[in-house]
Design a protein around this ligand. Structure first.
Ligand SMILES: Cc1cc2nc3c(=O)[nH]c(=O)nc-3n(C[C@H](O)[C@H](O)[C@H](O)COP(=O)(O)O)c2cc1C
Length: 307
């Protein structure tokens, strides 16, 4: 294998990417990383685009500790989306993130349709933002339904926010749904530019001393290699159900894992939990992927892969 194979430029809903590897929301803090690594991070940014952690309208403290549990082959996190809220994000974080050498995708989540409208409207007028990712893994407090678990909720949400922006809208699907393909189709039919999957899978750990839930949030989201097979199955199914591009993630640790998701139908692959183990994982995985793709025998349905 040629470890120095050239990365293949990729396009995602009109956004030019130097290669197909980006980060999963909430798993790489570019502002903190820049503070630690300085300009070295700018010169050698590990991802072809940067996806922000979820931004909500109001500031959030996040869940009470403990927030993490290491499980065989992965993590369970119950971070609870701590963030400084829309106003401070626009004033403090956006200018810093705009200095990154790659396109910026802002991940947003609202607890009502009105909140999502506010978030999409605020970012749609910001030139620093290349695309928006809608995290629909939370309950709609008006209906009690998890937005991303119900095709009707996704349709209603997209009908409201799609007309508000010309930027690409990527809908981040939850794997905790009865029919993920039906939700993906609803997103496509209501104007989503792309879908991303998988978010974390609901899981739990007990404190061995007490038998009570370990995590402050009682349950959390499972990520890492433990979810890779689930991600592959869901990406494969969604790719057969929709025609819009797919950003695939779930347990990717190396170029082979990324290639599997591309062969299953993904255009772009995101790296999440692996970046906690190795902050430069994105660079390594994009190189490994490029080297694998130089092997001309790799194709999808007879068509050579562009990866
Ligand atoms: C600690 C942690 C924080 C996360 N925060 C977010 C978040 O803020 N928004 C979001 O949409 N997904 C979030 N995710 C989900 C990841 O973006 C990704 O979908 C998931 O972890 C699967 O990929 P992986 O197995 O490579 O980690 C988070 C995951 C982890 C592990």
């Amino acid at each position: 294998m040629n470890a120095h194979a050239a990365a293949t430029p990729t396009e995602l809903s009109g956004i030019e990417l130097a290669h197909p590897i980006i980060n999963g929301s909430g798993t790489f803090d570019a502002i903190a990383a820049r503070r630690v690594f300085g300009d070295a991070l700018i010169g050698q940014f590990p991802f072809a685009a940067f996806v922000s952690k979820t931004v909500t309208v109001a500031p959030r403290e996040g869940n009470p500790p403990p927030r993490l549990w290491e499980t065989p082959g992965g993590l369970i996190n119950s971070i609870g989306l701590p963030n400084k809220g829309l106003r401070r994000y626009l004033a403090e974080d956006l200018p810093e993130l705009a200095a990154l050498p790659v396109p910026l995708i802002v991940n947003v989540m609202g607890f009502t349709g009105d909140e999502v409208v506010e978030l999409v409207s605020a970012f749609s007028v910001r030139d620093e933002v290349a695309a928006l990712e809608l995290n629909v893994s939370c309950p709609n407090v008006e209906t009690g339904l998890v937005m991303g678990a119900d095709p009707g909720e996704v349709t209603a949400l997209l009908r409201r926010v799609r007309p508000l922006t010309e930027k690409p809208l990527i809908v981040k699907l939850t794997p905790n749904a009865t029919d993920v393909v039906a939700v993906a189709r609803a997103a496509q039919d209501a104007g989503a530019s792309a879908v991303s999957l998988i978010n974390t899978i609901r899981g739990m750990a007990l404190d061995p001393r007490t038998g009570h839930p370990w995590l402050g949030g009682t349950t959390g989201g499972v990520s890492g290699p433990a979810v890779r097979a689930v991600a592959l199955a869901q990406v494969h199914a969604v790719a057969r159900g929709v025609g819009i591009p797919i950003v695939a993630m779930g347990g990717v640790q190396n170029g082979r894992d990324a290639l599997d998701l591309i062969m299953a139908g993904a255009t772009v692959v995101a790296v999440g939990t692996e970046s906690f183990r190795d902050p430069a994982a994105g660079t390594r995985i994009s190189r490994e992927l490029a080297a694998l793709c130089e092997n001309s025998s790799i194709s999808r349905h007879g068509t050579p892969l562009n990866c």
